[in-house]
Structures are given as C-alpha cells and as structure tokens.
Design a protein around this ligand. Structure first.
Ligand code: HEM
Length: 463
C-alpha cells in the first residue's frame, strides 16, 4: 500500500516505497538497518566543537598563527580541524551511511562507545598538548586516538567485507582505514622524535609532510571518494556509477599517497612520479562526477533549489583542484621564501576549503534523511514527518554558504601574505558559519529526537 508520503531518495536514485520500510519495521530483526541515533550525533557534536574552537583560536590569536606554518600552536589548530572535525565527522557519518547507502549494518555497541571515548579523549589530549608544546602528553594522547581508530576499523571491516557494496567502493574504505592507522602511528613516532628519541629515518619537516599527505590523501580524500560514489548519486540525484572503472581512483590514489609518503620521508627525487599518480587518481574520481552529472535522475518534487549542500560539495571539489595546482607548484619549484608562506595557504585550501567543506556539504543532506527516518520509525509510522528537504532553515544555510565562499580565500590569503587582520576577519567569519550550521543541524535533529508517538520499537542505542 503506497501512502504517497514524500520519502528521501535511496541508493539507485529511486525512492524506496513506504511499504518496504513499513514492512521492514514490522520485522524487528530488520531494525538494525536503521542508523544508530545517538552515536553519530555525539561524533558530530564533538566535531562542531573542534571546528568552532579552531576558528575561534585563529580569530583570537591571529598573531601567533600567521607566519611560518610549522609550530606547536598551528599544529594544535591543524589537528582540531583534521582529527576533530574531518575525522570525527567521517566516523560519525559512517554509522549513518552504512545502513542508508552501503546496505550494511554497524549497530552501536559498547565497543563503539569505547572507541568514541578513546578517540575524543585522545584528540583533546593531542590538541591541548600541542598547544602547550608538550610532546610527552601528545604522544600518550596519540596512542588513545590510534586505539579508538583501530577499534572502529575492527568493527567496520568485517561487515564491510560481507556487504553487497561494489568491491571497488569497499576497497576505498578499507584502504582509508589502513592509511589513517599508518599515518597515526607515524604521527606518534614524530612526537617521540620531538622527545629527542630517534625512531624515524630522514628529516623531521619532510617526515611531517609525509605524515600529512598520507593522512589527508590516503584517509580523508580516499574516504570522500569511496563514499562519494554512493552519496553523490543519492544527492544530485544521478545514476550510480558501477563496474571496474571505480577501481582506478582507489589504485592510483593509494599508489600516489603511499609513494608520496615514502619518497617524502626518503627525500627522493621520485616524489614527482607519485604527485602525478595522485593527481591521476583524483582525476579518475572527477571523471566519475562528470559522468554522474551527465546521467541525472529525477529529483524529488520537494527538493529545494539552490541545493546548498551540493553547492558546498562542488565548491569543495573546486578547492581540491586549486590545492592540487598549488601542491604541484610547491613540489617542483626551487626552495624560495614564498614556498614557506604558500605552504600555509596550501593547507587551508586542502584541509579547510576541500575536506572540511565537503563534510559541511554532505551533512547538510545526511542529517535531514537521518532525522526523517528516525522520526517516522520512532513514531511507529504514526506521524509522517515533513520531507527532509524542508527541515533545514534556508536562511541559515545561505549565511553558512556565503561565509564559506567569502572567508576561505581570505584565510588562505591572510596566512600567505601574512596579514593578521585578514586572518582575524576570515576566522571570525568561519566561526560564525560554524555557529549557523550548528544551529541548523540542531533544528533538523530535533525531528529525530522529538517525534516519538508510540514506544513500539526499541532503538539501536539500547536507549
Ligand atoms: C592519530 C592521528 C594523528 C597523529 C598522532 C598526528 C601527529 C602529528 C604530529 C606529531 C605532527 C607534527 C610533528 C612535529 O611537531 O613535527 C603532525 C603534523 C601534521 N599532521 Fe598529524 N597526526 C594525526 C592525524 C592527522 C590527520 C588525520 C591529518 C589530516 C587529515 C593530519 C595532518 C597533519 C598536518 C597537515 C601536519 C603538519 C602541520 C604543520 O606543519 O603545520 N594529522 N601530526
């Protein structure tokens, strides 16, 4: 029996019939197809606090952060963004994407909460010890982060392998977890080096570049591409790319990221080969996005235009292109003073403009779907919630988007020149963007926690 309710689009671009969902929910054992309700929200809440703190630190102390990019205060801010926002959001989103886009289940068990606690404690410890320039505490905290990531990987890899997901997509996600564990271990060893205990070959600064590229390309970018092959078609909406061509980005990007990692550590001239392989891997993904754009699917009537989530994603991909061009220039140009300043701008384009903004774009579409599902199931299918497309506040979305448009280039320019006023102004702008986006997420999430008419079902959180 179709009820004609406005339902969110599911993988394959088709709207799942209510009867299927209703049918599923009447069979209690299918409830674990629903995403856990609390744990993803906890990861994202931690992520928002970290991103807000990163921009607040830049706005309040731009003098200490502008100029040469390699010092402990910048390291603290960099890991608030990379571990706090980007990585925490990836981990939280996986609990939602797995049942909704990967057709696999990762119910939140005690071990998942333990992994969350280890990760949050570790990241908080790392950031505060970086800020205090105390590497002893940083290393111990790093071990907690690595333990949290390892538990998460152990929880997700078995269902990933068993899932019906295309093997090429599985490969991206599996490689991403391998790379973050390796990058994390090298990160901890970099900290031990700072305690004057020699554990790594090569020079500290090039080892830091090696760690940073393996983490940013091998973990975050690899995950964006793997999940992107499922989420972009759902959100555009478009046809789902499939087949062996999806392996190309995984193989090239992995060869590029691992090769960059090794050649940067060994300061080898072969680094340029792996820069080229990395770019080829990114272009392979870009080609699939173009293919999706050329194979559109009909959008739900309720979909609002402009779609701010997709605008963030497209802007993020443009920043990926810009950071590739600047990264290439930094790799081939002779050692000159401008490179030291350009390295900070390169970090902003890649870590803020691309990766951090991609999280903003994807969550703008994920949370309404998540809230819609929990609200409808939670009410025992008694109270159909409003369609996910009208849950967010469009004005808050517009403010968030315009602040990202204006402030990311200003922040990159502020760190390049360096110009303290530009850094301060753009950091305040991005801080306000985080507040606006947080308010909007809370507005959307109230549907997931507010609407429970009939206590028919137990939820996934054991709550
Ligand atoms: C468990 C995880 C991690 C640990 C233990 C770790 C540890 C470190 C350490 C110790 C340094 C600097 C060492 C020094 O002072 O020489 C560093 C630098 C850096 N890390 Fe990480 N890191 C981790 C995860 C990540 C992730 C996920 C990313 C990116 C996605 C990242 C990006 C960077 C960047 C860009 C730098 C250089 C920053 C600068 O020079 O300003 N790290 N990391």
């Amino acid at each position: 029996m179709a009820t004609g309710l406005p339902l969110p689009p599911w993988p394959g671009g088709n709207t799942i019939a209510l009867t299927d969902l209703e049918e599923e929910s009447r069979r209690p054992e299918r409830l674990d197809r629903l995403p856990p309700r609390l744990l993803p929200v906890l990861y994202f809440a931690f992520g928002h606090i970290c991103l807000g703190l990163a921009f607040l630190a830049m706005a309040l102390t731009p003098e200490t952060l502008a100029g040469f990019f390699y010092h402990s205060r910048i390291l603290a801010v960099v890991h608030l963004v990379t571990l706090g926002w980007i990585s925490a959001s990836i981990l939280g989103a996986l609990y939602i994407i797995a049942p909704m886009a990967f057709r696999m289940q990762i119910p939140a068990r005690k071990l998942d909460y333990a992994a969350f606690a280890m990760f949050v404690m570790g990241v908080t410890g790392m950031v505060s010890h970086f800020w205090l320039d105390s590497y002893n505490g940083m290393v111990w905290s790093a071990l907690a982060v690595i333990a949290g990531l390892a538990i998460f990987a152990a929880r997700i890899v078995p269902p990933l392998v068993a899932s019906k997901l295309p093997p090429a997509v599985k490969l991206h996600i599996g490689l991403a977890f391998f790379n973050i564990l390796l990058a994390g271990i090298v990160g901890a060893l970099l900290g031990i080096e700072k305690l004057m205990i020699n554990v790594l070959p090569g020079q500290q600064i090039t080892n830091v570049y090696a760690h940073a590229h393996l983490a940013a390309l091998g973990w975050a970018t690899m995950m964006v591409i793997g999940a992107g092959y499922r989420l972009f078609p759902m959100f555009l909406p478009a046809a789902m790319p499939a087949g062996p061509r999806l392996y190309v980005s995984a193989v090239l990007l992995e060869a590029g990221a691992l090769g960059l990692f090794a050649t940067l550590m060994l300061q080898s001239r072969w680094v340029i080969l792996f820069v080229v392989l990395t770019i080829a891997g990114l272009l392979a993904f870009a080609a699939q996005v173009v293919w999706m754009k050329r194979h559109p699917r009909s959008a739900p009537k309720a979909m609002q235009r402009p779609d701010f989530g997709m605008l963030h994603n497209m802007q993020a991909l443009a920043y990926l292109g810009l950071s590739v061009v600047l990264g290439l220039a930094l790799a081939i140009a002779p050692p000159l003073e401008w490179k030291l300043r350009a390295a900070a701008a390169y970090g902003v384009l890649g870590l803020v403009g691309f990766l951090s903004q991609m999280v903003v774009g994807m969550s703008a579409r994920l949370w309404p779907m998540f809230s819609w599902t929990h609200s409808f199931v939670g009410s025992g299918f008694a109270v159909p919630p409003p369609t996910p497309h009208v849950m967010p506040d469009r004005r808050l979305q517009a403010v968030t988007f315009l602040l990202w448009v204006a402030c990311v280039p200003l922040l990159a320019a502020g760190l390049y020149f360096p110009d303290v006023t530009l850094v301060r102004a753009s950091a305040w702008g991005l801080f306000i963007a985080v507040i606006a986006e947080t308010l909007n997420s809370a507005r959307v999430l109230r549907f997931a926690f507010g609407y429970r008419k009939k206590k028919q079902l137990t939820t996934q959180d054991g709550g």
